[in-house]
Design a protein around this ligand. Structure first.
Ligand code: GLN
Length: 567
């Protein structure tokens, strides 16, 4: 008996030891559970929760923790794809084809780790899912209510990425401001999760504003006190306070904030205005945000964050050797957030070229043949932006013509590429009415037309050609020189395409199709030979540009602009 039990017991050890060691090794510290950090906002919107979340994630990642960030948005659209960019800024697209909030772009740019649909959830998506379950009879016999049905759905989604086992720490940003009616189910869900998981497994960071009253010459803590109080009324105690401010917060004010907001003194973190968002991880490191968060989560600090490459990048942004002026030709230029990923990609590629890229926004609605020379005279290069609908497209076509004829570096993205096809058809082939059927359904020369698979699509939400698709690049082309490989994958968001019926005739006339989707034959890249840099892409390279991996198209475009500026 003794022998048998010993044998059985030792088998257990043999069976279980490797799995225990495996857990131990992959997590480095004995972590059997993903830890959660929730980020809420108070006082006002636009404080930069996304940047604080991304900066904290960066520091945790640099200390060796596998970290991801997700965002919960309190509006009823199922995704931001149906929103006008003026409403909500750019719609960011992930590899898996999710149309998401632009903060996911910051997460990818900071962490260099791709996000997915699971990283962005809206109230619309939550309700849609609960109502579909109700229709299927999953709650049969029950009254379906905000609490517990909506909150349970939110809690499930909040833990989705954590349960994959891929992450040690999941940071969850709650959109909106505490006290908003529409944020309440999220705040209640956070309260329940923190209660469920226990204080060392889930913590709350509250981001607030400490305004400066010029007339009084003072920083004011009262809005923060009220905002923390609102959070407390919902049953949530902030573990860490991040205070946005335009001026240094004195020790005295920090003490006051700690005392009245019920947080430890070390957990009052100042977030002062920075000259670039890429400075914020360093500022948070100085303030000890990562260390306090780890302490509250009962996790070791591990190594000091390795920010060597990050700081090299920062040094390059701050000490440029060249300056270029690049025109951004679009119709949403009044609002910077509409072209967020493009602007950030210029910062990454500028650093790679040790160049300051001055992006000069030019409204395409007001460009025409009579003023284009004057408007473009100080530019070194132009980028024609993506977009939808007719407004401003004639200006974009005039811009392409200028760049082509004056041998100015040109980069067209999505609609910008389609405009280059139209310009060439009109001015080189003489198809005077050449157009996209998006703008003119009756044109005799539909050089850009609706993709076949789009012809029966009537729903507008999430139905474009979205996400990552492959592209084969032809040898001996500019595209091949830039990418240095023959197969690439890039992200898309469009319904129209370069009409295959015109590809050969335009190719013969000099507009080369240098990249093509291997399965459908859809043209992904066009370029001109006798030109220093003329390239148009049907996809959105800007979504994949990060600090660690600036996008090669942007890097080479900026290099071409630098070359042009020297002439
Ligand atoms: N409106 C064009 C299309 O749907 C271009 C889209 C875009 O620029 N993202 O194809």
């Amino acid at each position: 008996n003794y022998l048998i039990s010993k044998l059985v017991f030792s088998q257990y050890i043999i069976v279980f030891l490797p799995s225990f060691l495996h857990n131990y090794n992959t997590n480095n510290n004995i972590m059997n559970q993903t830890k959660y950090i929730f980020v809420t906002g108070g006082v006002t919107s636009s404080l930069g929760k996304g940047i604080i979340a991304a900066s904290l994630a960066k520091l945790l990642q640099a200390r060796g923790y596998r970290t991801t960030i997700q965002k919960f948005d309190p509006y009823l659209n199922v995704d931001p794809g149906t929103l006008n960019p003026y409403e909500h800024g750019e719609c960011y697209v992930t590899d898996d084809g999710a149309e998401t909030d632009l903060d996911l772009g910051h997460y990818e740019r900071f962490l260099n780790v791709p996000t997915s649909q699971a990283n962005n959830v809206t109230t619309g998506r939550i309700y849609l899912s609960v109502i579909e379950k109700e229709r299927r009879g999953e709650f049969l016999g029950k009254t379906v209510q905000v609490v517990p049905h909506i909150t349970n759905e939110i809690k499930d989604r909040m833990q989705l990425l954590g349960k994959t086992g891929d992450f040690d720490i999941v940071i969850t940003e709650i959109g909106g401001t505490v006290g908003d009616i529409e944020s309440l189910p999220y705040i209640e869900s956070v309260r329940q999760l923190v209660w469920d998981m226990g204080e060392h497994n889930a913590i709350v960071i509250h981001l607030t504003l400490v305004p400066y009253l010029a007339a009084a010459g003072e920083l004011k803590t009262k809005p923060t006190q009220h905002s923390v109080k609102t959070l407390m009324e919902s049953g949530i105690k902030a573990d860490i306070l991040v205070c946005r401010t335009e001026h240094e917060i004195s020790d005295e004010i920090r003490n006051k904030l700690a005392l009245f907001c019920n947080v430890k003194r070390e957990a009052v973190i100042q977030s002062i205005d920075a000259s670039t968002i890429y400075e914020v991880p360093n500022l948070m490191l100085e303030e000890g945000l990562d260390v306090v968060a780890l302490k509250k989560l009962d996790l070791p600090k591990k190594a000091a964050p390795d920010l060597k490459n990050w700081n090299t990048f920062l040094r390059r942004i701050k000490n440029p050797k060249h300056i270029v002026n690049i025109g951004l030709i679009g119709k949403y230029v009044e609002m910077q957030d509409c072209y967020k990923s493009i602007l950030e990609a210029f910062i990454h590629s500028g650093a790679a070229n040790e160049t300051k890229v001055n992006v000069i926004s030019i409204h395409s609605e007001y460009i025409d043949a009579s003023n284009v020379n004057e408007k473009f005279k100080d530019l070194d290069a132009i980028l024609v932006a993506p977009g939808f609908g007719e407004r401003g497209i004639e200006g974009k076509i005039a811009a392409v013509q200028y760049a082509r004829e004056n041998k100015m570096p040109f980069f067209g993205i999505c609609l910008g590429m389609q405009m280059a096809v139209i310009e060439y058809s009109r001015n080189i082939l003489g198809y005077a009415d050449a157009n996209s059927t998006e703008m003119n359904e009756q044109t005799a020369h539909p050089v850009v037309n609706l993709m076949e698979e789009q012809k029966n699509v009537t729903d507008k939400g999430g139905t474009m050609r979205l996400g990552a698709w492959k592209c084969d690049i032809k040898p001996n082309t500019l595209a091949h020189k830039i990418y240095g490989q023959t197969t690439i994958s890039e992200r898309h968001r469009h319904r129209y395409e370069y009409n295959s019926a015109y590809v050969n005739v335009l190719h013969e006339a000099g507009l080369k199709a240098s990249g093509v989707n291997p399965d459908t034959g859809l043209v992904e890249i066009i370029e001109l030979e006798d030109h220093p840099f003329f390239i148009g892409v049907q996809y959105h390279p800007e979504y994949k540009s990060t600090v660690a991996n600036p996008h090669p198209l942007f890097v080479n475009f900026v290099a071409a602009a630098v070359k042009a500026s020297k002439k």
